[in-house]
Design a protein around this ligand. Structure first.
Ligand SMILES: [Zn+2]
Ligand SMILES: [Zn+2]
Length: 448
């Protein structure tokens, strides 16, 4: 992105260069690793030697080149911060891969467990422009990038209420599905559900994707393990075929009750189209089979997207009239948002918090979730990175012969308060000159 006032920014940087502060400033910005909307903090930090009370390090906002402490925003959405979303995408990729092929502390035997990649669709809320076999019902041939694709043929007859209520209940329906899945596996094995828990565990990692019509879909890796999870082999009767059957049955039967509005009782079920495919090992080169790498790349890609792929906004709406004026929101998304807004005023729907989640078209769940036993957590991956950076910093400090104090003997007293977000124009120039050289290195995991 080009900063708004490059000449003023560059003049400011030139001034800093003349007065000797530029390289420290550039270093502080470059440590953000390309984050476009860092969080700005004011305050101070004191590192005190616990035994002697000696101050070993002092950091105050005034002494920092930017006058504030800057922290990466860690936003998962690519539309908000490309750099942080990229970190999130890679972490998700590694998390999903570890659960399919091992790694990050999980043994390679997990690759032998039955697992499938399944897609759960939303039901129909009215006919939309699409291309089942070429020509659309409207009689036209829509090109790939036609914004009309996925939008209703007749917006006045499209069931907007059911569409946003579906999004609002999709997470609950997923919960029902997992219960039914365990139930069906138990009955197929001739076991009670509590007995099943002693010989089988169902693990999953899933991601939500918005279709063009603004309805949430789920894509999930579902795996069978022994009772102790990823490191434990499932019983021999737990096959990929059994898993596939059980998923199909549970997805058809699962139902989430919804509200009663104007004497219509809503219940939510998945659409008729299920896609369930076995996942082969990473090096499998078959034609129609999915490799674990392709599945992990797919889930990771969707983990950094939000409802903006359905033509809506990527941040909460405070006033639907003013927030939607002049925005790029499509007519279809606008109707979905306004439906959320209207339903959000009903006291009986208070729990759904439809106004807060109107920009998400009613969906308030997490974009990517996993069951506890699936693999490592994103938190563990972040901690691993933090420990690695800390170790590098210690190594550098030791080489430069000013070793950092042992963390066990140092008491950290810090107080920081939020002071805003984003970069100044001058900082954006420093950041973009950094990211230009950084991106040139090439990134092998990138999947588009
Ligand atoms: Zn960021
Ligand atoms: Zn059409």
């Amino acid at each position: 992105m080009t900063p708004a006032a490059p000449t003023a920014a560059i003049r400011q940087l030139a001034f800093l260069a003349r007065h000797g502060d530029l390289s420290a400033y550039a270093h502080q910005i470059q440590r953000l690793g390309g984050c476009e909307r860092p969080i700005r903090m004011e305050g101070h930090r004191l590192d005190v030697h616990a035994a002697t009370g000696e101050i070993v390090r002092e950091i105050t906002d005034r002494d920092l080149p930017a006058g504030q402490l800057l922290i990466r925003c860690n936003n998962r959405r690519a539309t908000r911060c490309a750099s942080c979303a990229e970190v999130y995408r890679k972490d998700t990729f590694h998390l999903v891969t570890a659960g399919l092929s091992g790694g990050k502390g999980i043994g390679p035997a997990v690759a032998q467990h039955p697992r499938v990649f399944a897609t759960f669709t939303a039901p129909s809320f009215g006919p939309v422009h699409n291309r089942p076999g070429g020509r659309c019902r409207c009689g036209r041939l829509h090109p790939d990038d036609d914004p009309a694709l996925g939008t209703p043929l007749d917006p006045d007859r499209y069931d907007y209420r059911a569409a946003v209520l579906w999004n609002a209940h999709a997470g609950k329906l997923w919960g029902r599905f997992t219960t039914y899945l365990r139930q069906h596996l138990a009955s197929r094995a001739g076991l009670s559900r509590s007995a099943l828990r002693h010989c089988l565990k169902v693990s999953y990692a899933k991601v939500a994707e918005y279709q063009r019509r603004g309805a949430v879909h789920f894509h999930a890796v579902i795996r069978l393990d022994g009772p102790d999870g990823a490191e434990d082999a499932p019983p021999a009767w737990a096959t990929t075929e059994l898993l596939t059957d059980a998923i199909r049955w549970a997805a058809r039967e699962a139902e989430a009750p919804g509200p009663v509005l104007d004497s219509r009782a809503y219940t939510f079920r998945f659409g008729d189209q299920f896609d369930i495919r076995p996942i082969r090992s990473a090096d499998f080169a078959g034609r129609s089979e999915l490799s674990s790498r392709a599945v992990a790349a797919y889930i990771a890609k969707y983990a950094t997207k939000g409802a903006e792929t359905a033509g809506t906004l990527d941040c909460p709406i405070r006033n639907p009239i003013t927030d939607l004026i002049g925005s790029d929101v499509t007519d279809h998304a606008r109707r979905l948002i306004l439906t959320c807004w209207r339903l959000g005023a009903l006291p009986e729907l208070e729990d759904l918090r439809l106004r807060k989640w109107a920009h998400m078209l009613g969906f308030r769940g997490h974009f990517s979730t996993k069951s506890r036993a699936y693999s490592v957590t994103l938190g563990a991956l972040r901690q691993e990175r933090a420990d690695h950076n800390e170790a590098l910093a210690r190594e550098r400090a030791t080489k430069a012969s000013y070793p950092l104090p042992d963390p066990d003997t140092v008491l950290v007293l810090s107080h920081w308060r939020f002071a805003g977000t984003g970069l100044t124009d001058a900082e954006a120039v420093l950041a973009s000159s950094h990211s230009a050289s950084h991106n040139a290195e090439g990134e092998p995991d990138r999947a588009r």
